[in-house]
Design a protein around this ligand. Structure first.
Ligand code: ATP
Length: 384
């Protein structure tokens, strides 16, 4: 029996033989000399929930609008399922876009809003009724079919917009900040609902967001953009654990950066001399860096171990080690962030989960503390 590689089924982008479903080829777009998207290529696979993430103005909405057909690229091609759609108008593309405002028809009921697109397709009344009913069940709105949008909550309106988008069975659904109008609690709940519905239907979603937590929670992969370029494409875990640049490391989550000089490079490790913390940093993974190169080592706050006593494991070499004084503690409920000030005034951030109550916390303001981390915890960055 042929061996099935589950990783390539779940992560088709790992499979060099897999055929991409959406192909963005060398797309550029300029507006009066302003380059919004700069010669970018990207392959997306069937059933993915791909997020375009980045700060305001980085070009993510422009790329989404090019996929929808609302914007013509200055250069490049878009293919869906092998078919070049670059020159097709929006209504002829197998694509549906859900806007942040949801753009529901205020005078129509939920049912009428969802059936609108199907009526335009000229389907029979019975067909439309069945499709709309099963879609309203899927988004748990069957009891609200006769309500008007103003009689619904924000989360319910979001689900009507989603149902209207999905009922036509598009090959690709585009979502522009789909949860932007919802409050935090509802947003978190809706993130899971949206992923469940997307997985159930197996439809490919491309979503624009500037919220990194949202992208991390929902996406199969993230494309992180800066000034019209995709700086890194990867699964949430890859982007978080193995950032390819200081930009990515800084954009996703919190990070400590240490500048240093490479003093040893082997196939299984890199050693960096780091004057600012008077320590060597040993990283137990290879990196494509020459001896003597100036690099930045990035270490997440949650990877740093905080001790009141000097840990015995540090040994004479004092690698992956630092010490300082607690200058700030931010209590966030589930966790606390400690700012540790070193002799040279550099601040290192350390996060600890609050498994003990505040009154029993072992580390306090003004405490002298020791910092250490595992060799797997650091990433060597050579690009800004
Ligand atoms: P946001 O999160 O703020 O929506 P974004 O990453 O989606 O930002 P875009 O809307 O794609 O960014 O804009 C990218 C760049 O292109 C910006 O500098 C923007 O000012 C410019 N731009 C976008 N649309 C137009 C337009 N119709 N005319 C002129 N410039 C535009």
């Amino acid at each position: 029996m042929a061996k099935i590689d589950k990783r390539t089924i779940l992560e088709p982008w790992q499979d060099s033989n897999a055929t991409p479903y959406i192909q963005i080829k060398e797309i550029s777009k300029s507006f009066d000399g302003v380059v919004a998207v700069n010669n970018q290529s990207l392959d997306i696979y069937k059933g993915e929930l791909f997020s375009l993430l980045g700060p305001s103005g980085c070009g993510k909405s422009t790329l989404l609008r090019i996929l929808a057909g609302f914007e013509d690229p200055s250069h490049g091609q878009v293919l869906i399922d092998g078919v070049d759609i670059t020159n097709l108008p929006p209504y002829e593309r197998p694509v549906n876009m859900m806007f942040q405002s949801y753009a529901l028809f205020p005078h129509m009921s939920v049912e009428q809003n969802v059936s609108f697109g199907l009526k335009q397709e000229g389907l029979s009344k019975g067909d439309i009724r069945d499709k709309v009913s099963s879609m309203l069940h899927m988004v748990h709105l069957n009891k609200y079919a006769s309500r008007k949008p103003h009689q619904l909550s924000g989360g319910q309106r979001q689900r009507v917009a989603l149902a209207r988008c999905l009922v036509k069975k598009p090959k690709l659904v585009l979502l522009d900040e789909p949860l932007g109008a919802l409050d935090r609690k509802l947003r978190e709940k809706t993130q899971f609902e949206l992923v469940n519905i997307q997985e159930k239907l197996g439809v490919t979603f491309i979503m624009v967001t500037h919220d990194q937590e949202e992208a991390m929670t929902m996406s199969t992969r993230i494309g992180l953009m800066e000034e019209g370029r995709l700086r890194q494409i990867g699964s949430p875990m890859e982007i978080y654990e193995y950032p390819n640049s200081r930009y990515t490391a800084d954009f996703i989550g919190d990070m400590n950066f240490f500048d240093g000089i490479v003093s040893e490079v082997e196939s299984d490790h890199v050693l960096v001399q780091c004057e600012e913390i008077s320590s060597e940093i040993y990283i137990s993974s290879s990196a494509d860096v020459p001896l003597g190169a100036n690099v930045t080592v990035a270490i997440r706050p949650e990877k740093i171990i905080l001790d009141l006593e000097e840990p015995k494991s540090i040994g004479k070499k004092k690698r992956n080690y630092g010490s300082g004084v607690v200058s700030e503690i931010a209590y966030l409920g589930d966790m606390s962030i400690y700012h540790i000030e070193m002799k040279n005034e550099k601040i290192i951030k350390v996060s600890l989960s609050n498994q003990v109550r505040l009154s029993e916390r072992p580390v306090n303001w003004g405490d002298e503390v020791y910092l250490s981390w595992h060799p797997q915890s650091g990433s060597v960055l050579t690009v800004d």
